[in-house]
Design a protein around this ligand. Structure first.
Ligand code: NDP
Ligand SMILES: C[C@H](CCC(=O)O)[C@H]1CC[C@H]2[C@@H]3C(=O)C[C@@H]4C[C@H](O)CC[C@]4(C)[C@H]3CC[C@]12C
Length: 276
């Protein structure tokens, strides 16, 4: 317990000069994490597919005070990209303090269409690439006693309708990284793994995908991004954000799962769900 006890208080100076990789940093929560980390004067390596967007995010990070900022563009369904990203970190920084795994491939909010190819590809992007990135990063993280932060979803703990392939990829992350965390502890390797269980957040892509079906007000991406960084730095096992809605759903799921399922179904505007 003593060996793994985390610092209690978060202080933005804890990130000054730290070497951080953020995936999926061209938009949404990943972009906001990059801006927070830049203000905190971290060194940043950002990834996503769209080079033009990454260039703009890197420029903004430098304006905000990042110790350094660079990017690598490419799709995480390519098996060579994870190694390439970690090689870049090793060559430019000679080490790594924090790996934030955040990217996701495109998936709709609709009935499962039967497209097994889509499930396979999404597993590659949302799950296998996370495993490959963490595997390539572990030697450097062991050296620095660093942190892996895995951005997941309430859909990776409780399966609601219209997210079958996406939800499967997020459940897989919990299985893999929660098992790996146990192994690191058994081996007395001081690398923390933080699994972030997020509810509905107001990123453009999420609002576009679900606002016609889910009437709830999404939580702010800026605050969400800061909470993810804080949980990683404090070496928390899990983050639940927003705490009230995610906490309530997890509690209800553990005591009355069928009741929760029926509440979820009845809260959706089912008539607006398009079949593909
Ligand atoms: N927003 C929400 O309501 C919730 C979000 N989450 C989680 O938060 C994280 C961020 O979500 P959010 O910010 O909403 O997502 P966004 O869609 O805003 O961002 C996704 C990022 O991933 C990148 N990306 C997309 N496809 C690929 C690919 N094939 N290879 C590499 N990068 C790719 C995108 O950039 P580009 O297109 O340039 O590649 C972008 O930078 C995800 O892990 C998501 O599961 C969890 C629960 C709720
Ligand atoms: C509605 C869900 C939770 C209940 C609530 O009202 O709080 C949302 C919680 C997680 C969301 C999904 C998610 O994890 C991100 C996906 C991102 C994609 O770009 C499309 C949308 C999501 C499937 C999103 C949909 C709403 C939630 C299931």
């Amino acid at each position: 317990f003593y060996f793994y006890s985390a610092p209690e208080n978060f202080n933005e100076e804890m990130l000054r000069g730290k070497r951080v990789i953020v995936t999926g940093a061209s938009s949404g929560i990943g972009e906001q994490m990059a801006y927070h980390l830049a203000r905190m004067e971290a060194h940043l390596l950002l990834t996503a597919r769209t080079e033009a967007k990454l260039q703009k995010v890197v420029e903004r990070c430098l304006e905000l005070g990042a110790a350094s900022a660079r990017y690598i563009s490419g799709s995480m369904d390519s098996p060579s990209l994870p190694e390439q990203v970690l090689r870049e970190a090793e060559n430019t920084w000679g080490g790594l303090d924090m790996l934030i795994l955040n990217h996701i491939g495109q998936s709709g909010f609709t009935y499962f269409s039967g497209d097994v190819g889509h499930v396979r590809k999404l597993l590659e992007t949302n799950f296998v690439s996370y495993v490959a990135l963490a595997t390539a990063a572990l030697p450097m993280l062991k050296e620095s006693e660093g942190s892996i932060v895995v951005v997941s979803s309430i859909a990776g703990k409780i399966a609601g309708p219209f997210t079958a392939p996406y939800s499967a990829t997020k459940f897989a992350l919990d299985g893999f990284f929660s098992s790996l965390r146990q192994e690191l502890i058994i081996d007395k390797v001081n690398v923390s793994i933080t699994l972030c269980i997020l509810g509905y957040i107001n990123t453009e892509s999420a609002v576009r995908a679900v606002s016609h079906v889910i009437p709830d007000t999404p939580a702010p991406k800026e605050e969400c991004a800061l909470e993810i960084i804080r949980a990683g730095v404090l070496r928390r096992r899990e983050l639940h954000y927003p705490g009230s809605s995610v906490g309530t759903m997890l509690l209800l799921h553990s005591i009355a799962p069928e009741l929760l399922d029926s509440i979820v179904r009845s809260s959706y505007r089912l008539e607006n769900v398009q079949r593909t």
